[in-house]
Every structure is written in C-alpha cells, then in structure tokens.
Design a protein around this ligand. Structure first.
Ligand code: PLP
Length: 397
C-alpha cells in the first residue's frame, strides 16, 4: 500500500507540473463560438446520430429495477468480460482471457489514460501518427511523456513504416509506445492487414507497445477490419468499446485488452481512478456484445449512403477527398485559392455559410489545409449543408 501511495504522490506531483503545459481544447472553444450562430448546421460531432438499441436499454432498466447497482469487480462484470472477449474473438479472431487480459473502462478515453499511465515514465516518448484524434497527446504529456509526431498526410494518411523506423531511431531508447487509430478519426482511412504487418515488422521484439484504438472497427464499410491484436499480440494493447458500434457514447463503457502483465498494471491504474465502471452501463454493454453483434449494420448502411452523397459533392466543389472506408468523417483538402489556414476557412464557412466543420489543424501536423466534416448527421442536414457550402465556394471564386 505504501509503495502504491508513493507512486501516486509522484504521479500527482508530476501531473500538477504538466497540467500547466496543457491548454483547453481548441475544438471545444470553436464549438462554443459557432454554436451562437443562428440556424447553423453542425457537422462537427464525433458521435453517432443514432440511439442505443432497445434491447440494450432494456437490459440496463432491468439492472436498475433488480437493484444491480453496487460496485463490480474492478476489471468489470465477469459476464461482460466474457461477452467482450467472445465479441473480439468472433469478429477479429483475437483471444483474450477474460480473467487476466481484459479490463472494462469508462470508455476508450479512460482506457487510453490508464494504458499510457501504466506504460510511461517521465522522459519516455510516444509516437503518434497525425492527423489523429488528439486525445493521446495531452494524456502522454500528463504522464511526463513526449509526443513524437509522424505526419502521414503525404502517405495516404497511413503510418509509413520507414518514417516510423526513423522516428524510433531518432528517439533511441525513449520510445515506449506507438499509437494507431483505425478506421482513423479524422480521415476515415483504415489500415489493411499488409499495412499492419509492415508496422509490426518495425516494432516486433523491441520494448515498445502498440496502442491500437479500434473504436470504429464496427464502422468499417467495404474492407475487412483486421485487429493489430491479431498481428502482434505480444506487444499490442487494443482499445475498443460500445460507444460507436452501439451508439452508446454517453454510457461510458470501453475495453482494453492485451498481454496479462501490462493488463495487471492498467487494471491497477483503473482501480485507483474509478474503482469500477458504472454497473448498469456494464450490464447494457454485456447485452450489446452478446446479443447485438450486428447492431452496427444499419448504421453502417446509413453512413455509406451519406458518404456516397457527400464525397462526390465535395469533389465537384474543388475539394480533394480520399474516400473514407470507415468511421463517419470526411477529411477534405481545401482548394489552394483559400490559402492554407484551416482555422480561417472553418471560421468563414461557419459565419458566412452557417455550416460548422472542424479545422484540420486541430488534428496535429499534416492536418492544416484540411477540414473534417462529420456525417453523423441526417441526410436532410447534409444536403442543406452541401448547398450552403457550394454557394460559399461560388462566392469565393
Ligand atoms: N478514440 C477515438 C479515435 C475517437 O474518435 C473517440 C471519440 O470520438 C474516442 C476514442 C472516445 O471513445 P469513448 O467515447 O469510448 O471514450
């Protein structure tokens, strides 16, 4: 206990120092600013515009009525861990022992936090391919680590194995982890088996973990999602959950799966932070994994339909767009005549055209010059937004 206490004190001391280096999210501030604009269409959201399936809601209601409202095991309800393990095996062929290799968390967000806290010591570095969902950057910094960015914009938004090897070489022994996220927020691009094998070949046998955030796995459209946990199980920590697959962002249930020794440390961080994830939400997630294996199918169909409308419409207006094959984002390159500042472009679009998108610069190196458009919005909203963007583009010839 004393040992744990000393470690906690050291961590807390460290966090205090690193907090001063962090700034509040640009995206939140921007959202706040543009939400004041009347009749604005917000294509900014990173969450499904669908509702949690009824069978999942009923499971949670049952849990509440049966007074299933006590702490659970810190790793999560045994039935949920078994269901999550079966889900990953059925979908991706990966095997995790529910007793020692699976941790349920309060969403992938807490999972990333617990994972990086378990891995990092001050001075360690984490390789982060960008543009990417920014979450991993402040969490690395809060743990005294240094984010090392590898820009993927010239490589079709896929981490280039040679650039990865160069980044590891340049940082010698300090690299403790690399982050992957696919299908990728903000580009919708996903990694093929061969992409993953090339990355695995660079890190295999090194003292480096691959933290693989696969939260959009169920929203892969035409290609087959391959888990990094299948390719490099001994070094991969997979994060997934029900937020996107079952439209359950607010329930806050995620999972972390990986080698037993690192999972024991991740479990300890989790235990100190939140004891156990919310009990009725865990019951709901168990139902989702057990009996909702294909709940994502109708969402996928809707996202594909929206993508197929949006991408050619944007291309017609002069944006360059790599066709997304997953998640629900389009990452569109702003035509040259507007200059390179994605912030200027997004602000003008919000104020003049009443369409809100996220400036690409918020996703790290390689993101400026782009905007992220979320199509987790109704087809009607998307059609009106397209009309407004087209008028804006025409006015700025
Ligand atoms: N990882 C990625 C890549 C995301 O885009 C998001 C949310 O937008 C999350 C994780 C957060 O997941 P959760 O809601 O399970 O914490």
């Amino acid at each position: 206990l004393l040992g744990n206490g000393v470690i906690m004190m050291a961590l807390i001391d460290h966090m205090k120092k690193e907090l001063s280096a962090l700034k509040p999210s640009d995206i939140l501030a921007f959202n706040q600013e543009i939400s004041q604009i009347p009749d604005i269409i917000q294509l900014t959201l990173g969450e499904p515009d669908f509702n949690t399936p009824d069978h999942v809601k009923l499971a949670a209601i049952g849990a509440i009525q049966q007074n299933n409202s006590h702490y659970t095991a810190s790793a999560g309800l045994p039935g949920l861990r078994q269901a999550a393990s079966d889900f990953l095996f059925n979908k991706y062929g990966t095997r995790y022992d529910p007793a020692t290799q699976l941790q349920m968390t309060a969403g992938v967000t807490e999972g990333v936090y617990a994972t990086l806290t378990a891995i990092l010591n001050p001075g360690d570095s984490v390789i982060i391919p960008t543009p990417i969902f920014p979450l991993y950057i402040p969490i690395t910094m809060l743990n005294g680590g240094e984010p090392v960015f590898v820009n993927t914009a010239d490589d079709g938004f896929i981490l280039d194995p040679e650039k990865l090897a160069a980044a590891i070489e340049a940082h010698q022994d300090s690299v403790k982890a690399i982050v992957l996220n696919f299908p990728t927020n903000p580009t919708g691009v996903t990694y093929s088996r061969s992409d993953l094998e090339k990355i695995a070949a660079v890190v295999r046998g090194k003292d480096i973990f691959v933290i693989s955030d696969e939260i959009y796995s169920e929203l892969t459209y035409t290609s087959t999602h391959v888990s990094m946990g299948e390719i490099l199980p001994e070094q991969t920590i997979v994060l997934n959950g029900v937020s996107k697959s079952h439209a359950m962002t607010g329930w806050r249930i995620g999972l972390v799966a990986g080698p037993a020794d690192i999972m024991a440390k991740i479990g300890m961080v989790h235990q100190f932070m939140i004891t156990s994830a919310t009990t009725n939400a865990q019951v709901a997630a168990e139902e989702a994994f057990k009996n909702g294996q294909d709940d994502a199918a109708p969402m996928r169909r809707a996202y594909i339909e929206r993508r197929d409308y949006l991408v050619p419409a944007l291309q017609k207006m002069g944006f360059t767009v790599a066709k997304p094959d997953g998640a629900f984002y389009v990452f569109a390159k702003i035509p040259d005549r507007f200059g390179h500042s994605s912030w200027d472009f997004a602000r003008a679009l919000a104020h003049e055209a009443r369409v809100a998108v996220i400036p690409g610069a918020s996703f790290g190196p390689g993101g400026d010059g782009y905007i992220r458009i979320s199509y987790a919005a109704s087809m009607d909203q998307i059609k009106t937004a397209v009309q407004r963007i087209a008028e804006f583009m025409a006015q700025h010839q």
